[in-house]
Design a protein around this ligand. Sequence first.
Ligand code: BGC
Length: 429
Amino acid sequence: MLPTFVRATPDGTEKGDYLALDLGGTNFRVLHVRVVEEQQKVLKMDSQICAIPQEIMLGPGEQLFDHIAACLSEFLDSQNLKGKTLPLGFTFSFPCEQKDIDKSILIRWTKGFNCSGVEGEDVVRLLREALSPSQDYDIGSVAMVNDTVGTMMSCGYRDQSCEIGMIIGTGTNACYMEEIKNVKRVEGEDGRMCINTEWGGFGDDGSLRDVQTEFDLTVDRNSLNPGVHTFEKMISGMYLGEVVRLVLVKLTEDKLLFDGQVSDALLTPDRFETRFISEIEEEDGGLQNAQDILTALGVSCGPVDSHLVRLVCDTVSSRSARLCAAALATVANRIRLNRRLDHLKTTVGVDGTVYKKHPNFSEELQATVRLLAPGCDITFLVSEDGSGKGAAMVTAVAQRLALQSRLLEDSDGEVDDEEEEEEEEEEED
Ligand code: BGC
């Protein structure tokens, strides 16, 4: 439950040019984004992708930020943007304690990253330090954004009732608009603030122990971050394939699959990729896919085996969809109760490969949410490139709010002056 310092969703009047950085998976992206008010559209003008090799994902933090700086510098060169100072939105999809919109301390790495010297540090400072030696780009204002927030904000430009952002991809997480009076770490009584729930960390206090299986415990033990992000390890794309692989190995050892013969490939961690689950669950051709995939993994997969493998995939992906739905229903109900409503109509902006690519994940999730949150009528809006465009949107909204509050101060000043003059005239009378 981390305050994000995002105090408003878009109202459709935002506009301007922005730079967006996006780090959260095995790629880093730089984008030049234009927000066009008349069309209420966020346009991607251009972008560049830089792969993050595994040695950088696991190496010193300095090396990671130098890599980011080099990629950014190359992009600015290619776009003739050097010398310009565009506001920058940085989507950094890891749990951060935000002190302000431009001060964000990394709590811990997730999703296969483990760069030394970054946890406990301000990510904006590390970025500025990496960029300063070259001196050819001066980053001006920076807004730090979680990908869930970017997703909510980019969908929010299209649908202004979007107040929840959800990601089910390599990792999982959600954010939502909370009443500021309930946000203990931030002063103020009026208005709202977006809260990054970091629901992937649900269960780290042992509260999910009853529903964790032996397979979940093994996945956790063998992960880069044992003991943390428990919920994420039962749900997200980084882990689902591995959960399925462990179940298949167990069924084979129990002589229920593949004539009881495991292969080296099947015994190798992470060899069963999460995308295989989607391929095997496809309505047409899924059973054939199962046979092809398992044969390529070196086991002898007959027709009955294919059905059983598909059942395992279905069980693991359905569990993921339902756990996500339980969390989402809780968040939606929270918003409903905050507003003392019997019925809440709201929109969730969603992104992530598991949600988008799996053949029936979204359907199962939505059906379960309807069951668990009957008082909430939820529209699901799939985000197109929320973490890139959303970062620009957060920056644009922050600028609009700053401008509005300046205008308000100025007009207050005028009113005060007029009042003073009137009072003076009355005294003279
Ligand atoms: C991170 C979140 C992020 C999510 C989805 C999780 O591992 O902790 O900050 O939003 O992945 O990318």
